[in-house]
Write a protein that binds this ligand. Structure first.
Ligand code: UD1
Length: 429
């Protein structure tokens, strides 16, 4: 059944929002578990639809997966013999499925992974993944929509330089190299906290890794890894969502479980714009109750730069903040679908190539809008709170992919957000 959120405008969000483990880490850590025979347990796993899809993908590889969304645990029993094929049907639903590539080549010597679709956020190549695996001695080609990587006699260490610090390519090259013979150096890698989380889990499994979180990772290959228990790193994008929700609605939210250190660029920008930011014992707090904060320029960059996943929130914020500002998207082309929907709500925003110029208005005007991916959906709910009247946000399944019970978390902060059937009489054309 299709669902939508009905958002009643006018709330200033106040109170606590809890943040648990990161979607973009949990999914990858589930794939990492493939590297060791036996039982691996993940904790602090978010209750989101994407974990269910990843669990199904791993089951089809022969892994026994028990996901307890309420407890936030995933228990994976990995047998000696596992499959090597990730079907299009699942990969198209979850682009993060590509993260089984590295572990499968390392463990099985072969991976057939459908070339993913996933979020509608611009074209995303796999050339860096392929080049990295080839440098480790794998043969890689695409056939019938599948990326096929084979290394029948195992992988061997190599010196690799990524042309761009891709998160996914860093992960696949790292997870492939841990069982390679000899030493691998990977230069120009992604430095995201999720990469550090993967490296931490691999080390707890017996891998020998140095430099995660810097631009160069060194891996000394080992013969085998052991299963482990690991808590997923806090979700910085969910935490950032609440930070922008507080700022845009002129509210006051303590993000419990949030790590301010992982959000230095966005929190510094919010502080400069007139919000109060405070690190607390349980996380951090963002308050914008004193006055309407100022709009600010944003250019998305690889970590520690401003995260592209928070760009729709920056746009929403700028749409209602004081003054004019420019948002520049440097990571993904065509990731501006929020803009046309914000315009439906009365935002003054113009796209020019990979820039969006906004002139803030004090209040938007409620209307039906459509979310096109996880973050744009959540951003539109926040926009609806700063609109006069009701906003109907369709495509709630996108939001459910990334936020555990988003409407309940919103209601706990004083917002009037309800889930209801989406009875639109016509499908999108
Ligand atoms: C991950 C996140 C996503 C986030 C992104 C950037 C997950 C599941 N998703 O995506 O939410 O927005 O990091 O922080 O963790 N590229 C290539 N060739 C490659 C690989 C990437 O050209 O082989 C390009 C992509 O087209 C894109 C850019 O590099 O323009 C960034 O991609 P990447 O860092 O790999 O992002 P993902 O891992 O896909």
């Amino acid at each position: 059944m299709r669902e939508r959120f009905r958002v009643v405008g006018g709330a200033h969000l106040r109170g606590e929002a809890a943040v648990v483990g990161a979607k973009n880490s949990a999914l990858k850590l589930m794939a990492v578990a493939l590297l060791a025979v036996g039982r691996t347990t993940l904790t602090n796993v978010p209750a989101i639809a994407d974990v269910t899809i990843m669990a199904e993908l791993l089951r089809r590889l022969g892994v026994d997966v028990v996901y307890d969304a309420r407890l936030g645990t995933v228990v994976l029993d990995v047998p000696e013999r596992i499959g090597h094929r990730a079907d299009y049907e699942l990969v198209r639903a979850l682009r993060a499925s590509i993260s089984v590539l590295g572990p499968l080549v390392a463990r099985v010597g072969e991976a057939d992974v459908a070339v993913p679709g996933g979020d509608a956020i611009g074209s995303r190549g796999l050339d860096l993944h392929a080049a990295g695996l080839e440098a480790l001695g794998a043969q890689v080609h695409v056939t019938h929509g599948y990326l096929v990587a084979t290394a029948p006699s195992g992988l061997r260490g190599a010196d690799i330089r990524l042309d761009f610090p891709s998160v996914g390519a860093t992960e696949n090259v790292l997870t492939a190299s841990v069982l390679a013979r000899g030493t691998t150096t990977i230069d120009n890698v992604a430095k995201e906290p999720e990469i550090v989380d993967i490296a931490d889990m691999l080390v707890s499994m017996g891998a020998r890794i140095e430099g995660a979180g810097t631009s160069r990772i060194t891996v000394h290959g080992v013969d085998a890894l052991s299963p482990t228990e690991h808590a997923v790193v806090s979700d910085r994008i969910a935490a950032g969502t609440w930070a922008f929700a507080a700022a845009a609605t002129r509210g006051d939210i303590e993000v419990v479980g949030g790590v301010a250190e992982h959000l230095r660029a966005p929190l510094a920008a919010l502080e400069d714009a007139g919000c109060q930011i405070e690190v607390t014992a349980r996380g951090f707090r963002v308050s914008a109750t004193d006055r309407r904060p100022r709009a600010f320029d944003v250019a998305t960059l690889p970590y520690p730069g401003f995260p592209t996943d928070l760009q729709p929130f920056a746009l929403t914020y700028n749409a209602v903040a004081e003054g004019s500002a420019m948002v520049t998207e440097n990571l993904f082309e065509a990731r501006f679908r929020t803009v046309q929907e914000l315009a439906r709500l009365g935002a003054d925003a113009q796209i020019d190539g990979h820039h969006v110029m906004t002139h803030g208005v004090p209040l938007l005007s409620g209307a039906p809008v459509e979310s096109s991916d996880i973050r744009s959906g959540a951003a539109l709910v926040i926009a609806g709170l700063v609109a006069e009247g009701d906003t109907l946000v369709s495509g709630v399944h996108h939001i459910d992919r990334g936020y555990p019970r988003f409407e309940e978390a919103m209601r706990a902060l004083g917002a009037d957000v309800t889930r209801e059937p989406d009875d639109a009489p016509f499908d999108e054309v």
